[in-house]
Design a protein around this ligand. Structure first.
Ligand SMILES: [Zn+2]
Length: 319
């Protein structure tokens, strides 16, 4: 999977597979300044007590299904354990707060997932638990109201690929209006990547930044978090951040120097008040702190680093 033609293929070929090489060891590419910056920040304990704005805690059966799906269609998930063990591993890795996400891959399961998310947050009060809903749920609006009201969940997570539904689908827009009305952030994977035939939908067909912009125009009071910096349209999403004050991005996997897409770090630094560090743990093929280490090397000022690893999340989900 190393030839250039194969790297290009996922964007233009009719059939798509997720490009998922085994991760190369983190390489400082001779960046002595970056490596020294990471060491210095580690010494000053700036890599401790961080907030991870994107983790996944699932019931055991769903974890097992995800491991199988990723084994067959994407990367090898490295850390495989129960939700409880996963939460404890996060805490042991220096995480002080984590935003825990579930998504409903079919109708009828959102309430079960939301109850599970609430239980996890009760067991681990440092978790910020979000709920979910399927756009195909006949009572989707009720599910959202319960989640954000009596259940006390801190937002709603949707996944356009898994749910096979564009963000500007009227049913999704109605769900997002509920989030806006409740003042709760929505986390929506509406970027096109990683694209895979295994989703059973053409993610390039149903996802692009123009659809996201239509939603931001339609619901000006919406707080929307787009994961993975909007891969593979990072540039267009960064410019949407400049134009829509309710739009935020999380870094999950995009900043780990794993995917091919190049990051313009000065552009990330400039918008650090709207970008939150997140990892996608444990659905990742590399060690937990890889992305944090890259960010600690590449972001030049402590103030911007602080916003990315703590401040932006605190703004989205105040304690
Ligand atoms: Zn995720």
């Amino acid at each position: 999977m190393n030839g250039d033609s194969e790297r290009v293929a996922p964007c233009c070929a009719a059939s798509r597979r997720i490009e998922a090489p085994d991760p190369a060891p983190l390489d400082d590419h001779g960046d002595v300044v970056g490596a020294a910056r990471e060491d210095d920040r580690r010494r000053r304990k700036l890599l401790e007590a961080i907030t991870d704005a994107h983790v996944h805690l699932w019931p055991d059966g769903i974890y097992r299904a995800l491991w199988r799906w990723f084994d067959d269609n994407a990367w090898k998930i490295r850390f495989r354990a129960t939700a409880d063990e996963t939460a404890r591993a996060l805490a042991a890795s220096g995480v002080r707060r984590a935003v825990s996400l579930v998504y409903a891959h079919k109708p009828g399961i959102a309430r079960t997932l939301n109850a599970f998310a609430r239980e996890m947050a009760r067991a681990h009060p440092w978790l910020v638990a979000l709920g979910t809903v399927s756009p195909d749920d006949h009572d989707a609006i009720e599910v959202v109201r319960e989640a954000l009201g009596p259940m006390g969940l801190r937002g709603i997570k949707l996944h356009c690929h898994v749910q096979k539904t564009p963000i500007d689908d009227p049913r999704v827009v109605a769900i997002l209006r509920e989030c806006a009305a409740a003042g709760a952030p929505a986390v929506v994977h509406c970027g096109r990547a990683p694209a895979s035939d295994a989703y059973g939908v053409d993610t390039h067909e149903i996802c692009d930044h123009a659809r996201c912009e239509r939603v931001l125009q339609a619901i000006p009071s919406l707080t929307l978090v787009v994961p993975h910096l909007g891969l593979d349209e990072i540039g267009p999403y960064l410019s949407l951040v400049d134009r829509y004050e309710g739009l935020y991005l999380d870094t999950s996997m995009a900043c780990a120097e794993y995917f091919e897409q190049r990051i313009d770090w000065s552009e990330i630094e400039r918008r650090s008040d709207r970008i939150a560090y997140g990892t996608d743990f444990p659905i990742i093929p590399f060690e937990y702190d890889r992305e944090l280490r890259v960010i600690a090397r590449r972001i030049t000022t402590d103030a911007a680093f602080e916003r990315i690893v703590r401040g932006t999340s605190a703004k989205l989900w105040p304690e």
